[in-house]
Design a protein around this ligand. Sequence first.
Ligand code: PHE
Length: 410
Amino acid sequence: ASSTEISILGQKYEVDGTTNITQSIIAKLPLRLHNQPAHPLGILRSKIESHFHDFVHLSSVHPVVTPAQNFDSLGFPANHPGRSVTDSYYVNKDYMLRTHTSAHEVETFATGQPKWLLTADVYRRDEIDSSHYPVFHQMEGACVFKTDQVAIEEMKTDNARLSRYLGQSNIVIEDIPHISLTNPAQPTHDPAHSELVALNLKLSINSLLLKLFGGGARDAPLQVRWIEAYFPFTSPSFEVEIFYQGKWLEILGCGVVQQLTFDNAGIPNNIGWAFGLGLERIAMILFGIPDIRLFWSTDPRFLSQFSENKITTFKPYSKYPACFKDVSFWIPEARLHENDFCDLVRDAAGDLAEDVKMIDSFTHPKTNSKSVCYRINYRSMDRSLSNEEVNNIQAKVVEQIKDKFGAEIR
Ligand code: PHE
């Protein structure tokens, strides 16, 4: 492949000055964790889909979108910070990786489906820590109503049913007005109609949260709080939080869909709601997963703990600290296969070597000798390693490098 093109999911794209998508991000694109039935994200997706059982369920939509899909079609202003190359991954100036599942609202509304859920991987440039990762998963849900009197009566009936159900449930809801001066109905909506839709949204989300987080009748009630929010593509807009382990946690954003979205989708005479939730955030709570990076683990110690349709608590398999040691050496005539080095480390350290990474390499232009630096992560699954023990193993590794490869340590 020429360096002016990149290949993404089998499709070639021109590279330009906007391109900032990396190979490690490209490598995530085919994984679709949310489509693995026994992965926590897949289990959670199924659970939410089973709650919204009369919705259409979409989960294989291509991640490359246009900035028009991701931003313009939803009424994002031209200067919105999310558009910048520091915040989003651009394939080139015309294509990007979706930053949210809302990027597919217009095209999905255009299918005429009145009720749908859409689950997908989304991409944002962000720091990496225990709760941030540049790839995560969202679920968009939406419900469209016709605007005639029959549709209004149906919604009222549905609202009454949901209210009765929630009234009998072990849930405490801190609510705010459906519409207000700072969180208004849209100019084209009858305020009473907008309130009805916002109420249907709130009742639908509250019952979802009860399904996901509600305990038994003897447990403390689930506490849910509704907060005023702002999104360019909804009004009124809300954020929903639940009280969990002493803290209010943001769970999702939602609101009454902007008329512009329906106009762009070619279904102008409708009214409806939409929400978008982050699957990792919720899965970390439900499965007790302490670090967002674990979702990407292929370690059987992680994956084998989960099975289809079951929410179980994750048991950490190594809570002992890691110990990193670096070693740099010259390989004569640049010949050494990485597997040879790994086998050498395994010989010296056995199961105490968790991970081996080359962190630096350099080929001398004249001698053609190659200098490499490897970082070894030592960790025991069942005890804390002493520094002395690790130093002894590392000394053995260094010894073997000299003996086996005839290499010169730097
Ligand atoms: N797309 C929004 C986000 O990523 C969430 C959202 C979806 C808000 C739908 C309102 C309606 O934060």
